[in-house]
Ligand binder design. Structure first.
Ligand code: ADE
Ligand code: ZN
Length: 331
């Protein structure tokens, strides 16, 4: 079986985090910015731990300075994702990195990204939708600006709102205003929880913020009551095994709890998070899951079904992607 050819649905991808290091180096060269400190001699991103990863990520973002940079980035990301069989992807976009939370600037960035998304769909047959994310360690006030940008641009392309960033800062509930604002605008909700926060952060995500999907959520495994609650609610976990291994949550794929979470009745999906940072692709995630747990085309088709059912797009888009999935699953 070649894992590259299998069709895939990805729900958890950070737009800036998907920027290949060569792409960021090229922008740095064009803008005469010295970013040498964030790369290893082999050209990959250099970071020691989660906090340092976030800092390197933000430094890389300093050369993403306008809508045109994001248009180019979007084309690069979608070409790479499509080459790994991805037919539908949801990307996390932060107004903080796209105009600093200013609504007029955000609209310009978004127009460029959507333009690139349409171009890539025509060229590569991959559909992209956006989930606006606030950044937790930037604090609740900037999160409100992100939520207002999300609410003003909610529609058939911006389909959700979420939160990434450093989970050890503050509480999920500190961001309730932003999640309420996004919900009232008709957006669907997800937040990072149970990655560097414990099971209580997942419980808060579901009970306090009212999210239907959780980014990562893998530390739910530590709490049997929570597992039952998530199974009863049908909460979907956006699991990113390769990311978790590189950031040191688990020593290797074989020790990762994704198979146990699935066996416990949870709705699990698989994504890459920030693929070039974690030396991964959707094909590699599938390959490693096959090696660690023996998952095969049937398991991957089931993952895709779960992911597509949990995708925040409208039902017309979902049906179109479903057809594409089915035709590629039977190729
Ligand atoms: N932003 C980008 N990647 C992230 C991750 N893995 N966790 C939290 N915030 C992020
Ligand atoms: Zn993430």
């Amino acid at each position: 079986m070649t894992f590259t050819d299998l069709p895939k649905v990805e729900l958890h991808l950070h737009h800036e985090g998907a920027a290949p290091p060569g792409f960021i180096r090229q922008l740095a060269h064009e803008k005469r910015v010295d970013l040498s400190g964030i790369f290893r001699p082999d050209g990959s991103y250099d970071f020691r731990d989660f906090a340092h990863f976030l800092s390197v990520y933000e430094t890389a973002c300093t050369v993403l300075q306008g809508p045109e940079d994001f248009r180019r980035l979007t084309l690069a990301i979608l070409e790479e994702s499509a080459a790994h069989g991805v037919v539908y992807s949801e990307t996390f976009l932060s107004p903080d990195f796209c105009g600093g939370g200013d609504l007029a600037a955000w609209r310009d960035y978004l127009a460029a990204i959507q333009d690139a998304s349409a171009e890539a769909e025509a060229k590569h047959g991959i559909t992209l939708r956006g989930v606006v994310t606030c950044v937790r360690h930037f604090g609740p006030e900037l999160a409100k600006k992100a939520a207002l940008c999300a609410a003003e641009t909610a529609g058939d392309w911006i389909v959700g709102f979420g939160m990434g960033g450093n989970e050890t800062v503050g509480q999920q509930g500190d961001y309730a205003w932003s999640f309420d604002c996004a919900r009232e605008a008709g957006l669907r909700l997800t937040t990072h929880a149970g990655e560097f926060g414990g099971p209580e952060s997942v419980r808060d995500a579901v009970r306090v913020l009212g999210v239907e999907r959780v980014g990562h959520g893998v530390r739910s495994m530590e709490d049997a009551d929570l597992i039952r609650e998530l199974a009863d609610c049908g909460t979907v976990l956006e699991v990113c095994p390769g990311s978790n291994v590189v950031l040191g949550l688990f020593p290797d794929f074989a020790s990762h709890p994704i198979a146990k979470l699935r066996d416990a009745g949870l709705r699990v999906t698989v994504s890459t998070d920030d693929p070039p940072f974690f030396h991964t692709t959707m094909s590699r995630e599938y390959e490693m899951l096959n090696r660690a747990f023996g998952w095969d085309a049937t398991d991957f088709a089931q993952l895709n079904d779960t992911a597509l059912a949990a995708a925040f797009c409208d039902d017309t888009t979902r049906a179109r992607v479903q057809k594409r999935l089915e035709s590629k699953e039977h190729e």
